[in-house]
Design a protein around this ligand. Structure first.
Ligand SMILES: Nc1ncnc2c1ncn2[C@@H]1O[C@H](COP(=O)(O)OP(=O)(O)OP(=O)(O)O)[C@@H](O)[C@H]1O
Length: 256
């Protein structure tokens, strides 16, 4: 079996006395798209923040490719290949769409050995940025300031920035939230493309069941901070506990 790219061991965070994520042990592997589901307040976003480093656990550990990264800062984790799409918080609003993506490409590749041939480096960076804009269908708005984009295009820009950072772990938190019906497919197709790259691990928090069904190789269910189910989509969706707590369908037979 392929070695896990991300592993959490007894991952726990308490706010006051409340465990928002409670002893979650889970492994994620390259070539696999896992959707994390659960009711509001289940701990999904908190779990993401623990993995990407915005929050530090009260207990437990996070490993990337077998290395303990629990103490690493968010930026060190990003350098280590953990890429999280942030809901609009890492855009430079006054810079153009293209500049936003160029900066991400530059941050990923640095200047390094190219320092002495800036013209070549410049065009290479621009080419890559243009490629990410094409992939996210943002070429036509490349020269607009990020702040001028409608919400759906800003969300696409986040994805373009994430692509530019070339992570090996992609984390998306409700990537199509607030998008119109004709905008969402572009993002979902892109996520599907990333999923097909067997070197990438994709984690997705999603509420919409049609999206979950379309993309998930595996579903992890969180409830009250605990991992209550983990498996192939059809199996997990059929589990009575999942139908009850996530879909709101009472378990048959008058049981719990
Ligand atoms: N910084 C914080 N301080 C205190 N409590 C927090 C903090 N962040 C999250 N929580 C609590 O932790 C629990 C899990 O929240 P979280 O946002 O991770 O849930 P979620 O599954 O992502 O929910 P949603 O689907 O609504 O986004 C909630 O009870 C929330 O109130």
């Amino acid at each position: 079996m392929i070695a896990p790219s991300i592993e959490t061991r007894d991952l726990t965070i308490r706010f006051g006395g409340h465990a928002a994520v409670n002893s979650v042990s889970c492994t994620f592997r390259p070539g696999e798209l896992t959707v994390i589901v659960g009711p509001n307040g289940a701990g999904k976003t908190t779990f993401f923040s623990l993995v990407s480093g915005q929050l530090s656990p009260t207990e437990g550990a996070i490993l990337k490719d077998g290395r303990d990264i629990t103490q690493l800062s968010p930026s060190a984790r990003a350098k280590a290949g953990i890429g999280r799409a942030f809901q609009l918080t890492n855009l430079f609003p006054k810079l153009s769409v293209l500049e936003n993506v160029r900066l991400a490409v530059q941050a990923r590749h640095g200047v390094g050995p190219r320092l002495f041939r800036p013209a070549a480096a410049f065009s290479e960076i621009s080419d890559r940025a243009a490629e990410h804009l094409r992939a996210t269908r943002l070429e036509d708005v490349a020269d607009l300031p990020a702040a001028a984009l409608p919400h759906g295009d800003q969300r696409k820009l986040e994805v373009a920035i994430l692509l530019a950072m070339e992570p090996d772990i992609f984390m998306f938190d409700e990537p199509t939230a607030g998008m119109s019906v004709d905008e969402a497919p572009v993002i979902l197709e892109l996520i599907d493309e990333i999923r097909q790259d067997k070197t990438k691990t994709v984690l997705l928090v999603e509420h919409k069941m049609d999206v979950v069904r379309a993309l998930a190789d595996r579903i992890v269910v969180l409830h009250n901070g605990e991992l209550v189910a983990d498996g192939p989509p059809e199996e997990v969706i059929a589990m009575p506990i999942v139908r009850e707590i996530y879909l709101g369908i009472p378990a048959e037979g008058g049981g719990a």
